[in-house]
Design a protein around this ligand. Structure first.
Ligand code: B12
Length: 242
């Protein structure tokens, strides 16, 4: 087995050893050329706010894509406090540990990428689809065979070219579904027949403006106010629930 194939297999196994994590590898260039990047008409984050973006490893070739299960019965994994959620903090820790391991075990340089494009992140659903972790459903979310849309995503940039996965074949859960996700949206964001971003943004801005007491206190004893962003199109989806 080649050195890079071994590294890829071990890396995926190492990532999936964390509870509730699935992982795959994809070519960076494929993601940068993917449908979401094509949707952007005026340049991308690199020319819009270069000063805010992290500096990528030079000539980086691959991405490790992580999907972490966010079970509906643990909603607090998604509650935002100080611009971050517990689930996202956990994924950051995991991705940092995997990057360190890759250097120690295989002498391959890697870096955990930020979540937002404007800070140097990538479009994570495209990356996950291309890595073979799932497909994009009618609710415009990544649907995985294991956990449906109840996952959150993150990517680790890797300097070397590692053997990549490929999109899933034959997993088309929306075809046989009556799509309760489409009518679950309180803003009717799917009524035009496809996802209408401005309607969704309106709901999430409303959620942001209405934080609530998440049951925890800060060091001064004041209640920590959290934001619970709408995920009704996600929670209505039956995929991965059996
Ligand atoms: C900006 C953003 C938002 C914005 C705008 C979303 C949007 N779709 O435009 C707002 C605030 C509205 C939002 C809402 C939500 N978001 Co959001 N969001 C993002 C972010 C940061 C970038 C997404 C983006 O701008 N995409 C670009 C636009 C142009 O594309 P798009 O509408 O997503 O559609 C593209 C894909 O569907 C793709 N696609 C479709 N079919 C196919 C097929 C193939 C083969 C491929 C390769 C690609 C592909 O191409 C489309 C463009 O043509 C990502 C994280 C990241 N770094 O990627 C999270 C992310 C997409 N959001 C996420 C979530 C969970 C949500 C919400 C449920 C809110 C919440 N509670 O967190 C809602 C769901 C809305 C929905 N149904 O799409 C998760 C999705 C997890 C999953 N299972 O898919 C992500 C990945 C963040 C995370 N923490 O993991 N989000």
């Amino acid at each position: 087995m080649s050195r890079h194939r071994l590294a890829a297999e071990e890396l995926i196994a190492k990532a999936e050893a964390f509870e509730g994590v699935r992982a795959g590898i994809v070519d960076v260039q494929e993601v940068l050329n993917g449908p979401s990047s094509q949707c952007r008409s005026e340049g991308d984050w690199r020319d819009s706010h270069p000063e805010k973006a992290v500096t990528w490893l030079p000539n980086a070739r691959s991405l490790l894509v992580l999907a972490m299960h966010h079970p509906p019965e643990q909603p607090s994994m998604d509650w935002f406090y100080r611009s971050n959620s517990p689930g996202n903090r956990r994924m950051y820790e995991i991705s940092e540990r995997l990057a360190e391991w890759l250097l120690q075990a295989h002498k391959l340089h890697a870096m955990s990428l930020p979540y937002q494009q404007e800070q140097g992140g990538v479009f994570l659903k495209d990356a996950a689809v291309l890595a073979g972790l799932g497909v994009v459903g009618k609710n415009n979310l990544l649907l995985t065979p294991q956990w449906g849309p109840n996952v959150r995503l993150r990517a680790v940039l890797i300097q070397e070219q590692l053997p990549a996965g490929s999109p899933l074949n034959g997993f088309q859960p929306c075809l046989s579904c009556d799509m309760p996700c489409l009518s679950a949206c309180p803003e009717n964001a799917f009524s035009p027949g496809q996802y209408h971003r401005p309607a969704c943004v309106q709901r999430l801005e409303n959620d942001r403006a209405n934080p609530f007491d998440g049951g925890q206190s800060d060091p001064q004893g004041k209640p920590i106010m959290v934001i619970d962003f709408c995920r009704r199109c996600e929670l209505a989806c039956p995929v991965g629930r059996d």
